[in-house]
Design a protein around this ligand. Structure first.
Ligand SMILES: Cc1cc2nc3c(=O)[nH]c(=O)nc-3n(C[C@H](O)[C@H](O)[C@H](O)COP(=O)(O)O)c2cc1C
Length: 182
């Protein structure tokens, strides 16, 4: 089964990218053929209708859409900004609704994860990403992986330190494998 994972943060020291990296060995262990993508490689202007009328959708939106459409599963690991989505993620999701094909939202099963410095673990942003994807007709896992208290969540090797987080990650991955196999 093919799976793509990407973060809603492009920051070098990103805790969400750290969570993404911690999930990679677990996903491989579960049998996924994993592609890790970075939104930094899919640079798009902030959506503007005049820009779109002049240029069409950015090539990056088409390329990313095509890549995601070819997967059985997609995981998005997102930061929370003011209880909501970081602009780069919302912009990417929006632009990918402006290309000719919606297969990126309709072929793979999507799952949502988040990592935050505080204890709340991104419950607000995960709910919103879930709402947006569902609205697009995407099959989205109900089970979400929220990792709070990031400074204490990872060991020196970058693995999830506490058992609860590891169990939650494992549960999301096995749910995803089950749904993606159907
Ligand atoms: C504009 C802005 C708004 C933020 N709002 C929230 C928030 O609502 N909830 C939260 O848990 N953290 C919030 N934070 C803190 C981020 O979770 C923190 O900066 C985190 O490290 C960002 O993710 P990253 O490390 O993957 O880039 C906010 C940060 C910024 C820059």
């Amino acid at each position: 089964m093919k799976l793509a994972i990407f973060s809603g943060s492009t920051r070098d020291g990103s805790i969400n990218r750290k969570l993404e990296r911690a999930l990679l060995p677990m996903l491989k262990e579960a049998g996924f053929d994993v592609t890790a993508l970075s939104l930094a490689d899919y640079d798009m202007p902030i959506y503007n209708g005049d820009w779109e009328e002049k240029n069409g959708a950015p090539q990056a939106a088409k390329d990313l859409g095509k890549k995601l459409a070819a997967q059985d599963a997609v995981i998005v690991v997102t930061p929370e900004y003011n209880g909501s989505l970081p602009p780069v993620l919302k912009n990417t999701i929006d632009w990918m609704t402006r290309i000719d094909d919606m297969s990126q939202y309709h072929n793979p099963v999507w799952a949502i994860a988040a990592c935050t410095p505080g204890p709340m673990s991104g419950i607000m942003v995960m709910r919103q990403v879930h709402y947006i994807l569902t609205r697009l007709g995407t099959e989205v896992l109900q089970f979400q992986l929220g990792v709070g208290n990031a400074s204490d969540a990872f060991d020196d090797d970058g693995n999830l330190k506490n058992e609860r987080n590891r169990d939650m990650a494992q549960k999301m991955i096995s749910n995803l494998a089950e749904r993606a196999a159907k």
